[in-house]
Design a protein. Structure first.
Length: 94
């Protein structure tokens, strides 16, 4: 396995290994409780991101995904009243 390249490892990664690495990055520790070093975190994160890109993992399931939120309107914020948006009051007097 000494001829294993990073690219080849990504191509051979199983969904189970992907989930394990994703969890390790999220928790910054291995399943046995040992903490990941900075280098291990960086390599695992790169592997997870490459796996997600090559396997077309839906955006909402990718590591680091943040859902856009608004005050109940579309993402432009159009149609949100100033009161709901927090613009209807002077926050300096709270």
């Amino acid at each position: 396995m000494s001829d294993m390249t990073f690219d080849r490892m990504i191509q051979q990664m199983t969904p189970s290994i992907y989930e394990s690495l994703k969890r390790a990055v999220s928790l910054r520790k291995w399943p046995d409780g040992r903490l990941l070093t900075d280098e291990q975190t960086e390599l695992c994160l790169e592997a997870v991101m490459r796996y997600e890109a090559e396997n077309r993992v839906p955006e909402a399931e990718r590591i680091g995904y943040l859902q856009r939120r608004t005050c109940g309107a579309d993402s432009s914020g159009a149609g949100v009243s100033p009161q709901l948006a927090g613009l209807g009051r002077d926050a300096t007097h709270d």
